[in-house]
Design a protein around this ligand. Sequence first.
Ligand code: COA
Length: 131
Amino acid sequence: MVAQTPASKDANLGRIVGHILLSPVTIDGAPHIAVLGLAPMAVQPEVQRQGIGTALVAASLERCRALGIQVVVVLGHPAYCPRFGFQPARRFGLSSDYDVPADAFMALELTPGALDSTTGVAHYHAAFRSL
Ligand SMILES: CC(C)(COP(=O)(O)OP(=O)(O)OC[C@H]1O[C@@H](n2cnc3c(N)ncnc32)[C@H](O)[C@@H]1OP(=O)(O)O)[C@@H](O)C(=O)NCCC(=O)NCCS
């Protein structure tokens, strides 16, 4: 998914100013839970802090809900992602297969209770890991 400024004759408008990607994630012992990992996302520096990142995340989560995704995880900024409802994944008993600070790995239950009886390591798809 990309964010684009409105089309116009102005060369600076109608260009891509941000992007977001989600890819499949599998939780050890819980292959039935539909999980996506949100990353990477970025907004062009000159247009940051204008709500584009928020719009990208909101649109992505809406699409995930429509597709029946139950959980979204993110390796992100602990000061940024909670505004979208992400919580430290360890609260759900989840850890990441990436060696990152625990606070940076967060999870959001789109289906409340989806992670209730689950603990384990969340594995990103091989295609994502090869990026
Ligand atoms: C993170 C990022 C996508 C946010 O995009 P954006 O369009 O500026 O986001 P928004 O305008 O919707 O939100 C801006 C808010 O996010 C906050 N924010 C941005 N980066 C942050 C960070 N690393 N930590 C904490 N807060 C952050 C800003 O302070 C601002 O807060 P405010 O609303 O209280 O003023 C953008 O800063 C970026 O591309 N950063 C570099 C790449 C990156 O870090 N990607 C995320 C990890 S994959």
